[in-house]
Design a binder for this molecule. Structure first.
Ligand SMILES: NC(=O)c1ccc[n+]([C@@H]2O[C@H](COP(=O)([O-])OP(=O)(O)OC[C@H]3O[C@@H](n4cnc5c(N)ncnc54)[C@H](OP(=O)(O)O)[C@@H]3O)[C@@H](O)[C@H]2O)c1
Length: 332
């Protein structure tokens, strides 16, 4: 079998993790890399992604040129979360006749928030004979596709609840900062208002579950509140005083006829007790699943992106979500 030719679009920490895993897969060949960061352009992808050796692929900021020259089968895309910011990047890849696997949270289920952009991507992908998928650990798996998969053993489902509790104290500084660790409650609330403290993707996960289970969910209700430190917590990056913010709690609810059908509860804070991922389904039979310790986000995102590639390559053309494709599994 000819190796799948892959271009990486976005050489940040996530793109680097993806390329580190992908470069160990015999079925894939990395043929190009795109990033607008001037510090990265012109450097070897292996060096920038931290592989410890060059791989003979230079990073370039000229997306269209790279896509034309490298002619990839698949673009792995990891530049940004918001669909209005990335849809032109996705269309460039589609126009180059490449399948796309993206970590953009809003692309994981874009039909409710951006029906027009979703329609445009779907139409163009079908015209070009390629497939586009948004995925990742969350959205993309632990709070949506996993819950949908578990419902496969249920005769009836009344409601689905997913909970993800992440202890950020051993994670990157960026994640601790993004979740408000060390802030006062007032600062936290100001940043929430400015949209700077927010996990993107809970409404998308809620809608994905609703769509899979045939529930016509109305507006998804979302709330973001601080988790307050009950005692002083020190990490390598931040000293969190008792009474200040340890992190964030974000809840999304999807309702039909005033009844809660999907409830997603995401808590990310330093010193989180009993980190875990859990799925509870009220139905016949009921399901109560807990992954103790929780799934490590960055490793899992790299894995699910890489492991989705064979499914995406084999899929019919168009814009797909994780509930449209066969179960993703690990690959050698
Ligand atoms: N679905 C999930 O479960 C999941 C999990 C993890 C991450 N994500 C998402 O995946 C994305 C990537 O994560 P990250 O932590 O690696 O982000 P990041 O640190 O922002 O890195 C993104 C990289 O892409 C570059 N870039 C930005 N816009 C570009 C453009 N138009 N063309 C080419 N390169 C561009 C950035 O350059 P500059 O620094 O110069 O902007 C940066 O080098 C984020 O949106 C993140 O939220 C999703």
């Amino acid at each position: 079998m000819k190796p799948v030719k892959v271009v990486l679009y976005g050489v940040g920490p996530i793109g680097s993790g993806i390329i580190s895993l992908l470069s160990r897969k015999p079925w894939a060949k990395v043929v190009g890399a795109i990033d607008t960061d001037e510090e990265k352009a012109g450097k070897d992808l292996g060096e920038v992604a931290g592989l410890g050796h060059d791989i003979g692929v230079l990073i370039s900021s000229g997306a269209r040129e790279v896509l034309e020259k490298a002619s990839p089968d698949v673009v792995v895309h990891a530049t940004s979360s918001y669909l209005p910011n990335i849809h032109a990047q996705i269309l460039d890849c589609v126009n180059a006749k490449a399948d796309v696997v993206s970590t953009s949270e809003e692309l994981s289920y874009p039909y409710r928030k951006y029906p027009e952009l979703a329609g445009k991507i779907d139409e163009r992908a079908k015209a070009q004979g390629v497939t586009v998928l948004g995925t990742g650990v969350n959205p993309g798996f632990v709070m949506d596709a996993l819950a949908v998969a578990m419902s496969g053993v249920c005769q009836t489902v009344e409601s689905v609840a997913a909970e993800r509790i992440v202890d950020t104290s051993k994670r990157r500084w960026q994640l601790q900062r993004k979740t408000g660790a060390g802030l006062s409650v007032e600062e936290f609330q100001r940043l929430v208002k400015e949209g700077k403290i927010k996990h993107v993707g809970l409404p998308e996960s809620t809608m994905m579950i609703g769509a899979a289970l045939g529930w016509n969910l109305g507006d998804v209700q979302e709330e973001i509140t601080p988790v307050i430190a009950e005692q002083r917590i020190q990490t390598s990056y931040v000293d969190v005083a008792k009474g200040s913010v340890a992190g964030v709690r974000q809840v999304a609810r999807g309702l039909t006829a005033g009844r809660e059908r999907v409830i997603l509860n995401l808590m990310m804070y330093v010193g989180a007790k009993d980190p875990r991922d859990s799925i509870r389904i009220e139905g016949v039979p009921p399901i109560d699943l807990t992954i103790r310790g929780g799934v490590q986000g960055d490793q899992a995102t790299a894995a699910i992106v890489v492991n989705s590639i064979p499914n995406v390559v084999a899929a019919n053309p168009g814009l797909k979500t994780m509930i449209d494709l066969p179960i993703v599994h690990a690959t050698e």
